[in-house]
Write a protein that binds this ligand. Structure first.
Ligand code: HEM
Length: 468
């Protein structure tokens, strides 16, 4: 039987995973933390809430046992910076990523060194800021196409709408293909995959993936289905034989400094990685943005004015620069990335003994840094649970310590598509604000944190005219 990402073994080139530390085998003193017998239940029920209350109760470095294995929560900005940047080589990606590999194979998000950097170098150019700017017109045209059937007085399900819009943008720009016919299929499979991936924050659960139980069977068929879509995109491109300079063209032509080419299955993994990481995250932020705008309607008119100013530069060379600089849109996007970071936790595993802010963390420990927790730290963000875009005015972002705000991660594992997402986000917010007012139909959405911090349900909205 052919190997699929779901059944592939961990690549031999990766560093070996250190043995987990069990209660009995921990030799060093560990920091205080929650020890309740109901801990696993509390963790599973609301992981971001669990981590936040652990920080509130036990401070910046806390420890707990999950599935019998030692975990650290490291929440101070200095620790976040060490884990993601200055001491990043002491860590590999942790729980959740092993399981994510079953869907994304050896794509950039799940890959480890030495393969990761080799691939990352090959994939940088379509994400270079000069190239990103040239995507603005396509992003705007696709946004217009999507909202062209919205009518004042009608209702939309904003969650799925944003998913299919961001999906089409990634597909068209990075892969030069219209895969709108696959949108529903990809979304369905991705929904299952993302749901199951998060559950593996509990170590050991992945052993059950081969069990003949529908819950796990569905995970495998979702993973296989997604891989079939990616394989088809590649096969079609190879068949049409036209060389293009989009990401897929680059991946198919690329050679490493050692003169190796990426295999078809590696290209497939990278394609799927980009499709998944490139649309679900941005779609979630946008759904949260419009939910906050519905609750804070005073921003609509200001955004519409900002849109008129920025769109006056449409077609001009500085259009993307004007979009990036739009102050209110930038502030709203940042504030939502702070409150509802799509990637809300970054699990890592210590490859060696290491110190975080001078405190000892032993080899083998699971280490969780969390955007959700650190972004709601009142030492850096006054009234942290409040939606206040104004806090981002002036030099506020620059005044923050490193590691206090890291929605796109940092270091060599920093998001490859951050500028892509920022440009796309601004265009969609401004274009919708220019033409409509959206109003939540059934209250502010609850969060459903999985592999991403997604709003629960489809988030129905009433579409209103600009001046009703
Ligand atoms: C608002 C939207 C987005 C957010 C908040 C976000 C956030 C992140 C974060 C936090 C990571 C690092 C994960 C870790 O350290 O464990 C990451 C990695 C990544 N993201 Fe994004 N992302 C977004 C949009 C995108 C887009 C639009 C693309 C591509 C078109 C993309 C592609 C990637 C890739 C390929 C990686 C892996 C990078 C590597 O390890 O070398 N992301 N993203």
């Amino acid at each position: 039987m052919a190997t699929t990402p779901f059944t592939a073994p961990r690549p031999a080139e990766y560093a070996p995973i250190p043995k987990p530390l069990k209660r009995r085998t921990v030799k060093s003193e560990i920091p205080p933390g929650p020890r309740s017998p109901l801990l696993t239940l509390q963790f599973q029920k609301d992981t971001p809430g669990f981590l936040r209350s652990a920080r509130d109760q036990f401070g910046d470095l806390t420890s707990f046992f999950l599935g019998g294995q030692l975990f650290y929560g490291a929440f101070a900005p200095e620790m976040v910076h060490e884990v993601t940047v200055s001491k990043q080589h002491s860590f590999i990606k942790g729980v959740g990523f092993e399981r994510m590999r079953k869907v994304l194979g050896t794509g950039l998000l799940t890959n480890e060194e030495p393969i990761h950097l080799r691939h990352r170098r090959l994939m940088q150019s379509p994400f270079h800021i000069s190239k990103i700017s040239s995507y603005a017109e396509t992003m705007l045209a696709l946004t217009d196409k999507h909202i062209s059937n919205w009518r004042a007085g009608s209702d939309v399900e904003l969650g799925p709408e944003m998913m299919s819009l961001t999906f089409d943008i990634v597909a068209e720009i990075l892969f030069g293909t219209d895969i709108s016919e696959d949108t529903e299929r990809v979304q369905k499979s991705m929904h299952i995959a993302i749901d199951r991936i998060e559950r593996t924050m509990l170590p050991g659960l992945d052993r059950m993936d081969s069990w003949p139980i529908p819950y796990f069977r569905k995970f495998q068929s979702a993973a296989d289905d997604l891989n079939q879509v990616a394989s088809r995109i590649i096969r079609e491109r190879i068949k049409d034989g036209i060389k293009r300079d989009d990401l897929l063209g680059i991946l198919l032509e690329a050679t490493t400094p050692e003169g190796e080419r990426l295999s078809e299955s590696e290209v497939c993994d990278e394609t799927l990685t980009l499709i998944l990481s490139g649309h679900e995250t941005t779609a979630n932020v946008l759904t949260w943005v419009f939910s906050y705008l519905s609750e804070n309607p005073k921003y609509w008119d200001q955004l519409a004015t900002e849109a008129e100013t920025v769109f006056a530069h449409r077609g001009a060379e500085d259009f993307a620069a004007k979009l990036f600089a739009a102050p209110l849109t930038a502030a709203i996007f940042n504030e939502v990335l702070r409150l509802c970071p799509p990637v809300w936790v970054a699990p890592r595993r210590a490859l060696e003994d290491v110190e975080l802010a001078g405190r000892f963390v032993p080899k083998g420990a699971h280490v969780l840094v969390s955007q959700y927790v650190t972004h709601r730290d009142s030492r850096y963000f006054k009234d942290p649970d409040e939606f206040r875009p104004e806090r981002w005015s002036g030099d506020f972002e620059k005044s923050l310590p490193k590691g206090a705000f890291f929605p796109f991660g940092a270091g060599t594992r920093k998001c490859l598509g951050d500028q892509f997402a920022l440009l796309e986000g601004r265009i969609i917010i401004l274009e919708i604000a220019r033409r409509f007012r959206l109003q939540l139909k059934s209250g502010f959405p609850k969060a459903q944190p999985r592999a991403t911090y997604r709003p629960k349900g489809s988030v129905p909205m009433r579409v209103n005219a600009v001046r009703s």
